[in-house]
Design a protein around this ligand. Sequence first.
Ligand code: PAF
Length: 288
Amino acid sequence: MGKPALSFEIATTVTQVESWRTKTSGRTVGFVPTMGALHEGHMALVDTARKTCDQVIVSIFVNPLQFGPNEDFGKYPRSLEQDFLICQKFGVDAVFHPSIDIIYPQGETETTTVQPPAQLISGLCGAFRPGHFIGVATVVNKLFNIVQPDCAFFGEKDYQQLQVIKHMADDLNMNVKIIGVPTMREEDGLALSSRNVYLSEAQRKLAPTLYAALSEAKSAILSGTSISAAVAIAKSRITSLDDVTLQYLECCNPRTLQPVSDPQAPCRILVAAKYGDVRLIDNLVVNP
Ligand code: PAF
């Protein structure tokens, strides 16, 4: 028996996306950009897109421009067949799956790039992943130009990325509404991420401490502990774990991502830590 036919369109070229867009004329289009290895977190984005727009398109493209030279571009999880089945199950209307040549015909090192403001990208993940957000902003800009969506959906788990993209869309007068979707979690609190598959059994057991540390810090701040004391306790909870390296744990303004010390001010707490070689990030709202 052959494989079941897929019910959505697959576009691999810009022209194919354009002809799909012509067919969707008069209907609103929601766009979910991904790097594949789809999981329930991505499907929450698709669900929100389906509730918000008439048509939903997902892109699957592992973007070399957003990986540093010593990062995991080569071994980033790729599971295209499985991703197609998931898209089918969740009623996606089209999938854009371009090759690197289609996105960077001139080579990714020769392309024009988008430079987000230093204030947004010099701290947090940006401090540990130089060039990462230039790569993200550039590819998202290109994908928006190709897909021409009305709305685009991004997970709050990648909170700094969400802010970089929101600012880019505002600053460059892009005609697209950026919608953040809350993080999906495993029962033990671990945020869903394509990189979770890298975790060993022992690392997987320790990984929920990230969320636990954030939650404790949040409750402490809301019940009157100073931000600096709450952050210090959360940090020590993570640094006490074997084979875990804390990169940052900070309370920041949710829009500017600058450090916050006033416990009454709008505030989000963000963390990144390496469990062995596996880099995990998470964040939690403290004061909206
Ligand atoms: O969050 C991701 O999966 C990627 O950074 C994105 C937004 C698809 C850009 O490559």
